[in-house]
Design a protein around this ligand. Sequence first.
Ligand code: GMT
Length: 376
Amino acid sequence: MNIGILCYPTHGGSGVVASELGAALAERGHNVHVISYALPFRFQSYRSNLTYHEVEVSAYPLFKYPPYDLAMAGTIMEVAEAYGLDLLHAHYAIPHAISGILAREMLRNGNPEMKLVTTLHGTDITIIGQQRVYKKVTSFGIARSDRVTCVSNELRSRTLGLLECDADHVEVLPNFIDVRRFVPGCCPDKRRQLGRPDEKIILHVSNFREVKRPRDMIQAFARVAGKVNARLALVGDGPELTACKELVEKLGLRRQVSFIGTYDAIWELMPQADLFYLPSEYESFGLSALEAMACGVPVVASHTGGLPEVVTSGQTGILVPVGDIQVHADAMLELLCDDHRRRAYGAAAREAAVSRFALEKILPLWESLYERTLKG
Ligand code: GMT
């Protein structure tokens, strides 16, 4: 198949899923064209059948807001005409589904029909899709896509509850993980990058937006650090990072919290952690939790969104109420102080990642969904 993938290039789950799916489809022999405004950070360009096309957004003086959606639609058309795209896969509803619909409408003048699959990733529905000006646009993008997928059952139910859309039109296809790259015990030399040998490492990876509740994380960690020799290693960058640094200073935690910055080869750092901590307000799925699990690291995460579909509390980690930092601290202490339990949870986490979410299991589902879509 000739497949066009539309995604955000920035650090965030939807871009990771889009890039990893593109690489895996190319590996299977499909011709994949990734379209975005910059090279996605996980894009793997070592194959001739995996190509990146940049959306050029012109900065004409009349444009206070250059029309990225139109530039993307124009780029899709160019790629579709040059390579005969069979199908477009839009990751994140706004604006990708809309640009795809526009490109498809324009192509219908002369080309055979190009199908459109849209994957909803979470905040496109729960935050952007709820804003007054975008709500109907998001519903329109869903209605006009040939097929729509959600990354969890919870996101599907939420989408059907929040937006006007037909239940039969929206199915669930979860995130996946390359269990050969995310492996327990990988890269032990990286351990010293995170902390001293005698410290227990709590790892968090995100784009530090409010929805991740990173300040809760530091407050909960303060309660952990008072009881065990632990370090909080924070990977990523985002709007809440400065506030987090200020809170770390205020709580006197400077020597126990490391700000690592962005780190693309996250599979090198994940296995070094004793636990992964994700105190988000909401996660439609929680890809970073799955990445940690594949590396054999148990997860302490909020009981929210699709996280219960990924982390089984009491088996592969502990799910805690959103915002209850004492319960978060207690859950982390439970695991950090009990090596036997922590290792058992870590082993179960790896097993769950392999048996339920391995790329080998999920990729055929994508191929079959594409084939069904092409058949109409
Ligand atoms: O919130 C993020 O971290 C980024 C966002 C995105 O769209 O890039 O992530 C969402 O998509 C991921 C991949 O499907 C999910 O694993 C994340 O849970 C989801 N984030 C939220 O729902 C907040």
